[in-house]
Design a protein around this ligand. Structure first.
Ligand code: OSB
Ligand code: MG
Length: 379
């Protein structure tokens, strides 16, 4: 059974964060994600989410570049063309280089369509059998140690058993020491979002006494050699996030022994298919993986949960319940964490229903692309 997309609607949707989030590069209080709604000539609807940060800090993409690339390049590459499987749709977009966040949004919508057309959930289509994913939380940089301890306390009280702390020069060993003293048994890890340089290797070794699960991406995305050097100097496992933008990048990182753990993100890798390939390669090589997040709304979050159910995901994910991020989600049923676990959606496609009325209320910009006109309505 072949599918083809006759209409693509892009909606830029803003949700406020319940708690400001600060990383080594920036602070944010809201999210502008692009929801991608695709329709077939028979009226089947698929949804995807482009979870790009607003500014070019995590990677080069922004909400605006994603909008442009989806509108002018990726959307037109798919409109009106027949495909049998989302992998084939991905091939139709392969001439567009980079722009993985934009690509992931549209590719996700193709998986949703594909699953719905067969009455099968994404997790089933991916061969996932796990019903639950171990959910951790990623906590931002706070004004002080007391505020951080309060954040850790409230999430531990909610049942989360793994916490990731954002670090940067000047906010690393001391906050980690305080959290470790207050929570001796908590599974704890840190994420530097590229804030350090090779000169900091000895300083980062100062994190070794705290029994961390890993240190994530201390150095620049393209500085695999610095990560390899760090691995030789510390006992704590080194995990890569920003560096792993493709299967080829993963293979290079493994070859250089730059990491012992990989954070898999659907957005950064340009889609569910690429995320699965990276997972398969890691699994074949005995590299443990876990599922990272980009503060996704319910659509991207549901897709992450299906991916995180794959067997190589042996470490807790950053995919928390929706309530950790925003007051109301764009999907029903709400994604909830209970006892540190989140259920893998089982309904057809990505497995969540989009609350279109609420989406409309939160939409700041919308455009529709059709096969005939390429573009018809915009607000
Ligand atoms: O590095 O993992 C990261 C959020 C935005 C950009 C980068 C990162 C993050 C997170 C949050 O750590 C993960 C989440 O809760 O979705
Ligand atoms: Mg990270």
């Amino acid at each position: 059974m072949s599918l083809n997309i006759s209409n693509i609607r892009l909606s830029m949707v803003r949700l406020d964060l319940v708690h400001d989030f600060e990383t080594s590069s920036h602070r944010k209080s809201y999210l502008d994600h692009i929801l991608v709604r695709v329709t077939t000539p028979d009226g089947l609807i698929g949804w995807g989410e482009c979870a790009s940060p607003s500014g070019p800090f995590y990677c080069g993409e922004t909400t605006q570049t994603c909008w442009h690339v989806l509108h002018d390049h990726l959307g037109p590459a798919l409109l009106g063309r027949e495909w049998q499987h989302p992998a084939e749709a991905a091939t139709m977009m392969a001439h567009v280089s980079g722009n993985n966040f934009a690509r992931a949004g549209l590719e996700m919508a193709c998986w949703d369509l594909y699953g719905k057309s067969r009455g099968r959930s994404l997790s089933d289509v991916l061969g996932v059998t796990s019903q639950f994913v171990d959910a951790g939380v990623s906590l931002g940089i706070e004004a002080g140690v007391d505020a951080l301890l309060e954040q850790v306390r409230s999430h531990v009280d909610e049942g989360y058993r793994r916490v990731k702390l954002k670090i940067r020069p000047g906010w690393d060993v001391e906050p980690v020491r305080h959290v470790r003293e207050a929570f001796p048994d908590l599974a704890l890890q840190v994420d530097a979002n590229t804030a350090y340089t090779r000169d900091d290797v000895a300083h980062l070794a100062g994190l070794d006494p705290f029994g961390l699960l890993m240190i994530e991406q201390p150095f620049a995305a393209d500085d695999l050699l610095a990560h390899a050097a760090l691995r030789k100097r510390i006992h704590t496992s080194v995990c890569l996030d920003e560096s792993i933008t493709s299967l080829a990048a993963l293979r290079t990182a493994m070859h250089l022994k730059a990491c012992s753990i990989v954070n898999i993100k659907v957005s950064r890798l340009g889609g569910i298919g690429a995320a699965r390939s990276v997972h398969d390669e890691c699994r074949a090589n005995g590299v443990p993986v876990w599922c990272g997040g980009m503060h996704e709304f319910g659509i991207g979050r549901a897709a992450n949960l299906a991916v995180a159910g794959l067997p190589g995901f042996v470490l807790p994910s950053d995919v928390s319940g929706s309530a950790k991020y925003y007051a109301r989600d764009v999907v029903l049923p709400e994604i909830v964490a209970s006892d540190g676990k989140v259920a893998v959606p089982q309904a057809p496609g990505i497995g969540v229903e989009v609350d279109e009325g609420f989406v409309e209320q939160c939409t700041r910009r919308m455009v529709e692309l059709t096969e005939a006109q390429r573009e018809c309505v915009s607000i």
